[in-house]
Design a protein around this ligand. Structure first.
Ligand SMILES: [Zn+2]
Length: 354
C-alpha cells in the first residue's frame, strides 16, 4: 500500500500540516500562551512608566556608545565625550550642581586628560549654569605664544576650556557695552558660529554642530559621527511638551522643520529601532523611532491648532478643545515650570504670528 501523502499535491500537504499545528496549539493549556495581557494580568498598567532617576541633588552617569556618556540629574542632560585628546562636554547643567557634574566627568575621563571644549545647546540656565565653574577647570590649546598680545588672539584665556555656541546664545547671555548682562562674563561662550554648521575633529572623531532652531533660534545639536550619537539639547525633551521660548525666537514650526532634519541624520538598525542614539535635552536616551514619534506628535498638534485658528477660534476655545488630549498621558503636565496649557498658548501664539 502506498503512503497517503503520495496522493496529495504539495500545497494540500502543507495545508494539512498547518491545520495539524493549529489543532495542536489549541490543546496547549491557556497559561502557556505568553501574551502581554497574560503577563500583565493582576498588575495595574501605569503610563507613562516610572523611570528610575537619581535622587534629588545627585547625578548619575550612563554610558551611551563609543566614547560618549551622559550625566543625568543636573537640570539638563550633560553629554561627555572623552579620549586621547581630552574631554568635550555638551552643556554643563544648573549652577548648583557644578561640583557634582565635574566629579562625575572625572570619573568617566581617563586620568590627567584636560577639559578642552564645552558646547552649549541653548542659553537656558539648566544647560549653561555650570559654565563658569566647569569651563574654569579646563584649558584651551594655545594658538600663540603666551606673550603674544596683538589682535584678538592675545585676549584668549588659556586656563579655561573653550565654550562654543551659536552666536545668538552669546547675544542673549551678554548685553551691549554699558548695559547689565543677564549672566556673568565668565560663563559666556568665547567661540561662536553664525552659519548652519561648525565642525571639528576631536578624540579621533568628527564632531558636527548644527544650528537647528526649536525652542530658541540659537539651538545647537551635536553629532558625534564615529560613535553615532547625537546630543540634541532642547530640540527634544522627553519629560514634557517642548518648551517654546517665543522671546528667543522659538516656534512650533521651527521644531517640526528641525526634527525632520534630525530624523534625516538618524539611521535605524532594524524595524525603526536602535541605530543612531539620541541624547535629548531632558529625559532618557532615545533612538530614531522615538524621535519620529515626537516629531509626529508635534505635526499633529500643530495641524490641529492651525486648523482651529483658521476656523477663527480664540485661544480660550482652542484650549477648551484640548488639541493635545491624546498625548497628555505621555507629555502633559498641569504643574511645574512648563505645563500643557503653556505649551498650547505658545504654539497658538507662534502659529498666529505669521
Ligand atoms: Zn532644557
Amino acid at each position: 500500500m502506498k503512503p497517503l501523502h503520495r496522493h496529495l499535491p504539495a500545497s494540500r500537504l502543507l495545508l494539512a500540516c498547518v491545520a495539524a499545528a493549529f489543532v495542536f496549539a489549541l490543546l496547549i493549556p491557556a497559561e502557556r500562551v505568553y501574551t502581554q495581557a497574560a503577563q500583565g494580568a493582576g498588575q495595574k498598567q501605569v503610563w507613562p512608566p516610572k523611570l528610575e532617576e537619581p535622587a534629588a541633588g545627585e547625578v548619575e552617569v550612563l554610558p551611551v556608545r563609543g566614547q560618549v556618556s551622559v550625566i543625568i540629574g543636573a537640570g539638563g542632560n550633560v553629554t561627555v565625550q572623552t579620549g586621547e585628546q581630552g574631554i568635550l562636554l555638551v552643556d554643563t547643567g544648573i549652577a548648583s550642581m557644578s561640583d557634582k557634574v565635574w566629579a562625575a566627568v572625572q570619573r568617566i575621563a581617563p586620568p590627567r586628560k584636560p577639559l578642552r571644549y564645552v558646547i552649549n545647546t541653548t542659553e537656558h540656565p539648566e544647560h549653561t549654569g555650570g559654565n563658569a565653574v566647569i569651563a574654569g577647570k579646563g584649558e584651551t590649546v594655545p594658538l600663540r605664544d603666551a606673550n603674544y598680545t596683538a589682535g584678538p588672539q592675545g585676549t584668549i584665556q588659556y586656563n579655561r576650556a573653550s565654550v562654543v555656541a551659536h552666536q545668538n546664545v552669546l547675544n542673549r547671555m551678554s548685553a551691549p557695552t554699558g548695559q547689565k548682562s543677564p549672566t556673568p562674563p565668565d560663563s559666556w561662550p568665547d567661540n561662536t558660529y553664525a552659519i548652519d554648521q561648525k565642525r571639528f575633529y576631536f578624540n579621533d572623531e568628527p564632531v558636527v554642530m548644527m544650528n537647528l532652531p526649536g525652542n530658541t533660534d540659537g539651538n545647537t545639536v551635536v553629532f558625534f559621527r564615529k560613535s553615532d550619537v547625537i546630543s540634541t539639547g532642547d530640540l527634544i525633551d522627553l519629560t514634557r511638551y517642548p518648551q517654546i521660548d517665543l522671546k528667543a525666537g522659538g516656534s512650533i514650526q521651527a521644531f517640526v522643520t528641525s526634527l525632520n532634519k534630525l530624523i534625516d541624520l538618524c539611521v535605524p538598525e532594524s524595524h525603526g529601532a536602535g541605530g543612531t542614539l539620541i541624547v535629548p535635552g531632558h529625559g532618557r536616551i532615545a533612538d530614531h523611532a522615538e524621535v519620529a514619534y515626537y516629531r509626529d506628535m508635534l505635526y499633529i498638534v500643530r495641524d490641529r491648532i492651525q486648523d482651529m485658528i483658521d476656523k477663527g477660534m480664540t485661544l480660550a476655545q482652542v484650549k477648551a478643545a484640548r488639541p493635545t488630549r491624546d498625548y497628555d498621558g505621555r507629555y502633559g503636565s498641569t504643574t511645574g515650570a512648563w505645563t500643557t496649557d503653556m505649551f498650547v498658548e505658545a504654539a497658538f501664539a507662534s502659529l498666529s504670528k505669521k
